[in-house]
Design a protein around this ligand. Structure first.
Ligand code: FES
Length: 107
């Protein structure tokens, strides 16, 4: 089973977008042509990272940011590099890109 999140061309490079899905809230980031998807839940409190819709990145659009605590997460592996959950990681969400569509894979 798969669930359509959006078209690939709806994503801007290095800008996160949030989606509701059958597996919960998901963050998707396009970087260097690769799509990364993470559960929108901080590893230490389990709450959403953003305050405002689709505002997931730090000011340089390099790291995913917890708006509550300033924690920074690497886009590529979800690992927290600064903040109260340093060393922990966002949980990955399985996706695939097919015919220009980003599909979430439900197990
Ligand atoms: S909720 Fe965990 S760093 Fe903010």
């Amino acid at each position: 089973m798969s669930f359509r999140l959006c078209a690939l061309n709806e994503l801007e490079e290095n800008r996160g977008r949030g989606f509701r899905s059958p597996v919960g809230e998901v963050i998707v980031v396009l970087r260097d042509g690769q799509v990364y998807a993470w559960q929108n839940a901080c590893p230490h409190l389990g709450i959403n990272l953003e305050f405002n819709p689709d505002e997931f990145m730090d000011c340089e659009n390099h790291y995913l940011l917890c708006s509550n605590h300033g924690a920074l997460f690497q886009v590529e592996d979800g690992r927290c590099v600064v903040g109260p959950c340093q060393g922990e990681s966002l949980l990955p969400v399985a996706i695939r890109v097919e015919s220009g569509e980003i599909l979430l894979i439900e197990s």
